[in-house]
Design a protein around this ligand. Structure first.
Ligand SMILES: Cc1ncc(COP(=O)(O)O)c(C=O)c1O
Length: 316
């Protein structure tokens, strides 16, 4: 066997920011205080390295987002995405502000219960729920977001076994014009999978279809993609009403709004080029309001916004 040629290891430096057309970044000013507390004092008390999260900033971010959506749409409910940050103190800030919980695993599910969130207010997402997870969610009356057909069939069996009608939604993925498409999870809109899942749910009397869920990506810089997504979700909901005379009670638009922090390698400051929450809100809310729902059947708008509510509240 021929001996492989020796390749010299290379150490490559990582730069905090790429050079833009004006040269390298110069605008980093050392931060001396966080919420009026001197960084020096924090380090003296807690040591270094240190991660600090500002409760005040988190509450401000949440209140602003809530106000922006509620000004534009009458039925809004936020659910804190546990995967974004599941430190109990953080989750509880969001719960105190009125957020439900959005979870993707049994670990997160149990955490939400321990944080005092009632089962009815825990949205159970994710592709990997075991039968035991599903049984627990059914018994607690949590909305279960079905990810794939295997889960759908198992739910029908469990509903039969437990003699209850679980409240379910389906996760929908779709082409929003932003690529690559987030199509790993859920049922596709364009190729008919979403309708196939809906028809299968409606064909059995074992499941109660109450919602539709999507999460089109993360750090999405194009607000109009949410208009496209909301339009497709509304089309499904209105289709269910037309075909089965059943009003869908909520449309969950997931998360994905870009946060204001400056990511490594980005050309400009996050605050300068990231869209405002009101641009996302406008795209979603006006699309849903104009979709053609009867006034008394306007679905709730659920939001699982994660990073946009917390990224800029963290310092290290
Ligand atoms: C289903 C779901 N909801 C919400 C979120 C939160 O997303 P973001 O932090 O981009 O708002 C994620 C994150 O990937 C997710 O997968």
């Amino acid at each position: 066997m021929e001996k492989k040629q020796y390749e010299r290891p290379i150490i490559k430096s990582l730069n905090a920011g790429l050079m833009n057309k004006f040269g390298t970044r110069t605008e980093y000013a050392p931060m001396t205080h966080i919420d009026n507390v001197a960084v020096k004092d924090l380090i003296r008390e807690f040591g270094s390295p240190l991660f600090v999260l500002s409760e005040r900033k988190i509450r401000d971010n949440f209140k602003t987002a809530k106000r922006i959506f509620e000004t534009r749409y009458p039925k809004v409910q936020f659910a804190w995405s546990y995967k974004t940050n599941y430190i109990n103190a953080i989750c509880n800030i969001f719960h105190q502000e009125g957020s439900w919980a959005e979870v993707v695993s049994r670990f997160e599910y149990e955490k939400a219960l321990k944080n005092g969130v009632p089962g009815k207010k825990i949205l159970f997402n994710g592709p990997d729920k075991t039968d035991d997870d599903l049984r627990t969610a059914i018994k607690n009356d949590s909305p279960i977001h079905i990810d794939h057909l295997d889960e759908l069939y198992r739910l029908i069996e469990l509903a039969t076994e437990l003699k209850v009608k679980p409240r379910v939604a389906i996760r929908v993925n779709m082409d929003t014009g932003v690529y690559p498409m987030w199509d790993r999870f859920g049922f596709n809109y364009e190729n008919g999978q979403a309708w196939d899942a809906i028809n299968k749910i409606m064909a059995t009397d074992k499941l109660n279809l109450i919602g539709l869920h999507c999460h089109i990506g993360t750090y999405m810089l194009v607000p109009s993609a949410y208009g496209v997504a909301a339009n497709k979700m509304a089309d499904l909901a209105l289709g269910v009403k037309k075909r089965y005379n059943k009003a869908i009670s909520y449309i969950d638009m997931g998360g994905g709004f870009a946060s204001k922090n400056t990511l490594k390698g980005s050309l400009q400051l996050g605050v300068d080029y990231v869209p405002e929450i009101n641009q996302y809100a406008e795209a979603i809310c006006s699309t849903l309001l104009n979709a053609g729902f009867e006034k008394d059947e306007l679905p709730y708008l659920y939001l699982e916004t994660g990073r946009a509510l917390i990224d800029d509240a963290g310092f290290y």
